[in-house]
Design a protein around this ligand. Structure first.
Ligand code: HEC
Ligand code: HEC
Ligand code: HEC
Length: 434
């Protein structure tokens, strides 16, 4: 019996190849359109326009550059301001920020205003697509006017020659053109429109939070390939590449905050509910402390309006309450109660409360462990010029006592969180200090 003769290659191509080609073209066209078209993905041509640089524009540019924290990310530790080279650790290797000074060779000296605007709006720089460690997922919401003001201000800063170190990203992640695939699959630009149903302040707050202040950069959840999930941009979680958790920001998570306390926290780093530490202390210290009072209140109004979003369910754990007893109480009273009080209520704006503190009872207790192991200090701000600090306890007592205290605060007063197992504390000890 002879095998039935199949269709010829030419017939196959006609039958499947052509429709497949059309499908591919349609899908690619659709994905590019989703990015805002080819123009969004390319670098705008040179133009001769120079942004106006009157004093008011420069002052606005400086204010916005502070809220955008450009200098924090674009200055290496101990390096010259804005000269780039700060390292960003990611699961795929290390990446370095670029030189933003007006140096023509390595900085933005040859950039046009249009190119700069385009970089913020679309995450495409003069040398190609930019990694999402640069918060263009937020900066896309910046108005063209505001981007121009930042550009004008940056151009007035001292030139610093020198390029950042080469990135050490592995595999495909190190190949910049691969970002095109990442963009198409994972990045969906979106626009903010003034919401007439809300007041001026709410709209301003949203503009700042979603845009220049890039709160979602840390308070949002990222997928496996590091893309920010728009629908989960305030659910909190581990910050990519860092051993810190950012708490959720929505009206339910912030239910115990008043608008005034929240606005005050952003500008001063302290509030009766909590004080800023770790990455948040850095953000307040370099950026948010510059907020005008009305902008801080606008941000607070917006945050307190955010609908709660589903958070990842915590794995069940034995309640820490079961380990609270006379021994752990004695340890707490000896080492912690002087500042945080026997009742765990602390002292408003001086020592944060531990009772009812979401960070103390968080399902991922890494912040709690880090603060107690390594100590913490809120930022120095005009509103809180001499912050009290939290001493480090890593070397002050045996591991078992430390664990007993941690579980004591997780299970005392109104707190009812899961017990921290010893291995988690050991992992926290090994985290790089930053
Ligand atoms: C969270 C950290 C972070 C913040 C905040 C940040 N940047 Fe960046 N930025 C980066 C990183 C990292 C890169 C390098 C990205 C890359 O190489 O793809 C970068 C790249 C850039 C580039 C592209 C430069 C080039 O040579 O291609 C521009 C322009 C830029 N940033 C402007 C700004 C401005 C303006 C601000 C403040 C409003 C700002 N950035 C705030 C991390 C940051
Ligand atoms: C660099 C990362 C980062 C950025 C950017 C950032 N945060 Fe945070 N934030 C954190 C971390 C980490 C914490 C937990 C530590 C703490 O409470 O101080 C935190 C805590 C907070 C808290 C305290 C919540 C609580 O329940 O105690 C508030 C409120 C807050 N952030 C608001 C904001 C807002 C608003 C923005 C944008 C204007 C912002 N954050 C930007 C990392 C960040
Ligand atoms: C000398 C006073 C002092 C002592 C003693 C002290 N703390 Fe603190 N603690 C502070 C201060 C001040 C802060 C605020 C630090 C910051 O925001 O950076 C703080 C912050 C904290 C936080 C973070 C709370 C938040 O959300 O802002 C926790 C948790 C904490 N302490 C637990 C403890 C435990 C447990 C002990 C005992 C082992 C202890 N502290 C001992 C002063 C103290």
């Amino acid at each position: 019996m002879s095998a039935p003769k199949g269709p010829s290659l030419a017939t196959l191509l006609m039958a499947f190849g052509f429709p497949l080609f059309v499908l591919l073209a349609v899908v690619t066209g659709f994905l590019i359109a989703e990015q805002g078209g080819l123009a969004a993905l390319s670098v705008p041509d040179e133009d001769a326009e120079t942004p106006s640089a009157d004093a008011a524009t420069l002052a606005r540019g400086e204010y916005l550059a502070r809220l955008g924290d450009c200098a924090a990310c674009h200055t290496a530790r101990g390096g010259k301001p804005l000269a780039g080279g700060r390292a960003f650790r990611t699961p795929w290797g290390t990446l370095y920020s670029s030189n933003l000074t007006p140096d023509p060779e390595h900085g933005i000296g040859r950039w046009t205003a249009a190119q700069f605007r385009h970089a913020l709006a679309h995450g495409v720089g003069r040398s190609g697509l930019l990694y999402p460690a640069f918060p263009f997922e937020s900066f896309q919401h910046l108005s063209a006017d505001d981007a121009d003001a930042i550009f004008a201000w940056l151009r007035q800063q001292p030139e610093v020659a020198g390029a950042p170190p080469e990135n050490t990203l592995e595999g495909l992640a190190g190949w910049r053109p691969a970002l095109i695939g990442w963009r198409m699959l994972l990045h969906r630009p979106w626009a903010l429109r003034f919401d007439d149903a809300r007041g001026e302040a709410w709209n301003r707050g949203r503009y700042l939070v979603e845009g220049i202040a890039h709160c979602a950069m840390c308070h949002g959840e990222r997928g496996r390939l590091g893309a920010l999930d728009r629908s989960r941009r305030f659910v909190g979680g581990r910050i990519l590449g860092q051993g810190w958790v950012a708490p959720p920001l929505d009206r339910e998570s912030l239910a115990h905050w008043s608008r005034d306390d929240l606005a005050g926290y952003l500008r001063t780093g302290v509030a009766p509910q909590a004080s800023a530490y770790g990455p948040m202390a850095e953000v307040v210290g370099s950026s948010l402390r510059h907020l005008t009072e009305s902008d801080a209140r606008a941000i607070a109004e917006y945050l307190l309006s955010l609908p709660p979003l589903p958070q990842r369910p915590a794995p069940p754990a034995r309640p820490a309450r079961q380990t609270v007893g006379p021994a752990s109480t004695a340890l707490y009273e000896k080492h912690c109660a002087d500042c945080h009080g026997r009742d765990g209520r602390g002292r408003a704006r001086v020592y944060p409360p531990l009772d009812g503190n979401p960070q103390v009872v968080a399902s991922d207790p890494v912040n709690l462990m880090r603060v107690v192991l390594f100590g913490a200090a809120p930022p120095t701000t005009p509103g809180n010029p001499e912050p009290h600090t939290m001493p480090p306890f890593a070397d002050r007592m045996p591991e078992a006592d430390l664990l007993a205290i941690l579980n004591h605060v997780r299970g005392s007063w109104s707190n009812d969180a899961g017990e921290i197992p010893p291995y988690q504390l050991r992992q926290a000890r090994a985290l790089p200090l930053e």
